[in-house]
Design a protein around this ligand. Structure first.
Ligand SMILES: C[S@@+](CC[C@H](N)C(=O)[O-])C[C@H]1O[C@@H](n2cnc3c(N)ncnc32)[C@H](O)[C@@H]1O
Length: 223
């Protein structure tokens, strides 16, 4: 696995060097996150670019992100938006949210990104009461045990054509272990099983390798 990891990292570096231009802002965001003591659990540059491309392909203008961290993925996504577009991103940890706001200022995206601080389930409930409109693209990337709840909320804020992505659903293959006690694995298993029962969503899983190891995401469209 260690040798494979080395190859995956080198391949990521090689393809990123070719296809993803160096970006001072995104590099500053990662360095700011590190200095602020945030865990390096943001998406990789290749995954950030994938989110950006999917948003552009979809022509999404309203994005919901559950799990902001330092807003690395948020900035990738916000940059794909049309002029009037908006990302609403939800973060539990006030320190993460503060670092995210600093990074969003550095990226000059304050107009397009709203960071809401608090437990995502409470925030989603509040957003419903506030009458927040539906989203075109929803990225679920917070605490995995709550993923089944986030799927229900994603459907609540979806319209026909909304894209839903759930990150880290493979977890080095642990997803297939029905006896695994890790609540994150149980969370993603329940999430995928729930998704399979929802006739409103058509989805598939893509396994991934790279700098972030062996994992994968589920990608679906609401009908
Ligand atoms: C994997 S990180 C997000 C990474 C980010 N999307 C990126 O790629 O740059 C998960 C984030 O979700 C936050 N989180 C955990 N539980 C949460 C909850 N109940 N509500 C909202 N955010 C939560 C964590 O504090 C953490 O910052």
């Amino acid at each position: 696995m260690k040798e494979q990891q080395n190859t995956w990292e080198q391949v990521d570096r090689y393809t990123e060097e070719l296809l993803i231009p160096h970006d001072e802002v995104l590099e500053a965001v990662l360095s700011n996150n590190q200095q602020a003591g945030l865990p390096a659990i943001d998406v990789s540059p290749s995954q950030g670019k994938l989110l950006q491309l999917l948003i552009q392909m979809k022509g999404a203008a309203r994005i919901l992100e559950i799990g902001t961290l330092g807003a690395y993925s948020t900035i990738w996504m916000a940059r794909a938006l049309p002029q009037e577009g908006k990302v609403v991103t939800l973060e539990l940890d006030p320190h993460h949210a503060e670092v995210a706001r600093q990074n969003i200022r550095v990226a000059q995206l304050e107009e397009r990104i709203e960071v809401r601080v608090g437990d995502a389930l409470d925030q989603l409930d509040a957003m419903k009461k506030e009458g927040v409109s539906s989203f075109d693209f929803i990225f679920i990337d917070a605490d995995k045990p709550n993923n089944p709840h986030y799927l229900e909320w994603a459907l609540e804020f979806a319209h026909p054509g909304t894209v839903i992505i759930g990150d880290n659903v493979i977890r080095e293959g642990k997803v297939i272990d029905e006896h695994e006690a890790d609540p994150r694995v149980i969370g993603v298993r329940t999430f995928l099983e729930l998704m399979s029962k929802k006739s409103r969503i058509s989805a598939t899983v893509v396994q991934t390798v790279g700098v972030k190891g062996y994992d994968g995401f589920v990608l679906g469209i609401v009908n």
